[in-house]
Design a protein around this ligand. Sequence first.
Ligand SMILES: C=C(C)C(=O)SCCNC(=O)CCNC(=O)[C@H](O)C(C)(C)COP(=O)(O)OP(=O)(O)OC[C@H]1O[C@@H](n2cnc3c(N)ncnc32)[C@H](O)[C@@H]1OP(=O)(O)O
Length: 297
Amino acid sequence: MASVGAVTRILLGKNVLNTSRVAALSNTGLVKFYSAAPSYENIKTKVVGSKKNVGLIQLYRPKALNALCKPLFQELGQAVKAFDADDSISAIIITGNEKAFAAGADIKEMQNNSYSTNQKAGFLQEWEDVSNCGKPIIAAVNGFALGGGCELAMLCDIIYAGEKAKFGQPEINIGTIPGAGGTQRLPRYVGKSKAMEIVLTGNFIDAHEAEKMGLVSRVFPVDKLLEETIKLAERIGTHSPLIVKMAKQAVNQAYETNLKAGLQYEKSIFYGTFATADRKEGMTAFIEKRPPNFKNE
Ligand SMILES: C=C(C)C(=O)SCCNC(=O)CCNC(=O)[C@H](O)C(C)(C)COP(=O)(O)OP(=O)(O)OC[C@H]1O[C@@H](n2cnc3c(N)ncnc32)[C@H](O)[C@@H]1OP(=O)(O)O
């Protein structure tokens, strides 16, 4: 889903806005469409920000508190890949609604799963589509981020929260354990003791506790969360997309390896920036006392 001729800004999904609102925005040039936008049922997507360079994905199963059923995750994966492939998009935001970011994997969908069906189908494997994205993904979390909802937020690169957000891994309450990274990513965010407490009790933690623990970077009033998250994405979007991608790869390596190997990896990526035109442009612009004009090269 890369740029399509002149129609390079996207609004994917049929539920985003009603037809007259869409027509009005379209006339102003604020929103433009791909001619063949996929028709999503469980998410809404649009392009936001003053430069129209931020891809916004809203999880949209409000009646089920955005429970993460397989069709939702397939659509989410498609939308993330589409924004990742679109050169006009600098960063991606995943959000829900005021009541729920997501209340977890869909319990009704998995109720009758068995060990063998899970194995054969690779249950929850499609979730890795989000973590494979090269561009930064920011989770904007209002309301419940529970179980798979908390795990989805942790698959993102930065978590911003509204002050009424509630995080938790309550799988223990329903006789199972986190299955989409909760037992592995949560300790890396908050340390072993707090992660054990959260996983073994199933208790929820509020946004301010989550911020204190390092799970969340910042907390905002509920109605300011999206605006502030878009500002963060726009700030990231002022930099070279190529170098942002390299920086993301380098930070992520800290979760994959030991310090010595990680430092070596960082050095090779750092040296690699010197093979890019944007590194040259950034330093030249600094010396010439002008803003850089990055080309993503
Ligand atoms: C990766 C793995 C294994 C997992 O994520 S396992 C799931 C982990 N998540 C959970 O256990 C949370 C389950 N949900 C809850 O505990 C409660 O819904 C909350 C979040 C505390 C909210 O409670 P309430 O405000 O009372 O809303 P509640 O009436 O329960 O939910 C509203 C609707 O959403 C549905 N819903 C909520 N969470 C759901 C989930 N994870 N899967 C399927 N449906 C869900 C719920 O069944 C109800 O539907 P219906 O009206 O058809 O009965």
